[in-house]
Design a protein. Structure first.
Length: 366
């Protein structure tokens, strides 16, 4: 006989289920992560307004070796990164245009030399004939004078006298012609000499400039990263290679909006990876430029920033054309100065003059 019904537990009831106590550090970790994310977003959006942070490139003064005419590289005597001195041969190239021009100038000089020889020969001939023509003209003039004195006595006919007068006139005309021709040939030779000297100077200058096709370093430095290969062809004005010279410096792309002042002479920290150097703002340029491709991202596709040149305190360290980060030099306060400053507000910690040098005398040196 059933006297009491047994109460079965319901399947949807969790009253007696054991619950784990809530840990307070879970919420702390969540809030900390949320605060870090909010701080990171705030720093990304408005960090440049408060902190000096900029991108930069390590550069050096460049000397570009460019093609003046259409050339073909025959041989290369250097490699990328090699140190060279001023005047060292870098490569040898040939130019058909320059060779044709040299040939034309040489042919022009030969033609002028031939013309000069011809004119000099004609001038010498005229000068040699001039004394003979002068003697003949003087003799005929004397004969004409004698005939003029004898014609009154009837010893000489008028026809005879006229023939002598005509011969004297022709002799004088021939003499004047020779003198004028000699003078004209002398002036022509003088002008021809000037033209030939100019042609020679042009030929020498072009030959010196061409230098057998050798391209030499215009300054001492290091060869850049781009070196041509034998057989390459370059158009006029196209750069062949670059020689880097001088001390390295950083070309920084400063932010456009900030709440602090950037002055010439400010101390700057330049870092790339684990390498860090200190420098000084040498010059703030009054121009802006688009940031290079290596500094662009999805949020900064095309942005223009003001340029500044930063002089590094030490040479070497950063490779040329390497990307660096630029920040203001962080200087921690001296702990000795901090103690003296605190003593001014804590009674009894120091004497009457807490900021005097005597307060620092008993502290160990740094």
């Amino acid at each position: 006989m059933i006297t009491k019904l047994k109460r079965r537990p319901r399947s949807d009831s969790f009253d007696r289920e054991a619950t784990r106590p809530r840990r307070r550090w879970d919420r702390g970790i969540y809030l900390a992560l949320l605060a870090m994310f909010a701080a990171a977003m705030l720093d990304y959006v408005a960090g440049d307004l408060v902190f000096l942070r900029a991108d930069g490139l390590v550069l050096r003064d460049r000397s570009v070796v460019a093609a003046t005419t259409l050339i073909r590289v025959n041989s290369v005597d250097i490699v990328a990164g090699q140190s060279v001195r001023e005047g060292d041969p870098l490569l040898q190239a040939s130019s058909v245009e320059v060779l044709d021009r040299l040939a034309d100038l040489s042919m022009r000089d030969a033609e002028l030399a031939e013309r000069e020889a011809e004119l000099r020969s004609r001038k010498d001939l005229s000068e040699r004939l001039m004394p003979l023509a002068r003697d003949r003209a003087e003799a005929l003039d004397r004969t004409r004078d004698t005939l003029d004195a004898s014609i009154t006595s009837g010893l000489v006919t008028a026809t005879r006298r006229e023939g002598v007068v005509d011969q004297a006139h022709l002799a004088n005309v021939e003499l004047v012609t020779l003198v004028s021709r000699a003078e004209g040939l002398g002036q022509e030779l003088e002008a021809l000499g000037v033209a030939r000297q100019q042609a020679r100077d042009a030929l020498d200058d072009l030959a010196t400039l061409y230098d057998g096709g050798f391209h030499r370093a215009g300054t001492s430095g290091v060869i850049g990263d781009s070196v041509p290969a034998p057989g390459e062809v370059f158009n006029p004005g196209e750069p062949i290679l670059t020689v880097l010279s001088g001390k390295p410096y950083v070309l920084a792309y400063l932010p456009t909006n900030y709440l602090f002042r950037i002055r010439q002479g400010d101390r700057i920290t330049v870092s790339a990876g684990t390498l860090t150097q200190v420098g000084t703002i040498d010059r703030i340029l009054s121009v802006s430029q688009s940031i290079p491709d290596e500094f662009r991202n999805a949020f900064r596709v095309d942005e223009r920033r003001q340029l500044a040149r930063i002089a590094l305190d030490e040479d070497g360290g950063f490779p040329t054309f390497s990307a660096v980060r630029v920040a203001r030099e962080s200087r921690l306060p001296d702990w000795r100065e901090a103690i003296v400053a605190a003593a001014r507000y804590i009674p009894g910690l120091s004497g009457d003059d807490p900021g005097s040098p005597q307060d620092l005398a008993g502290l160990p040196e740094k």
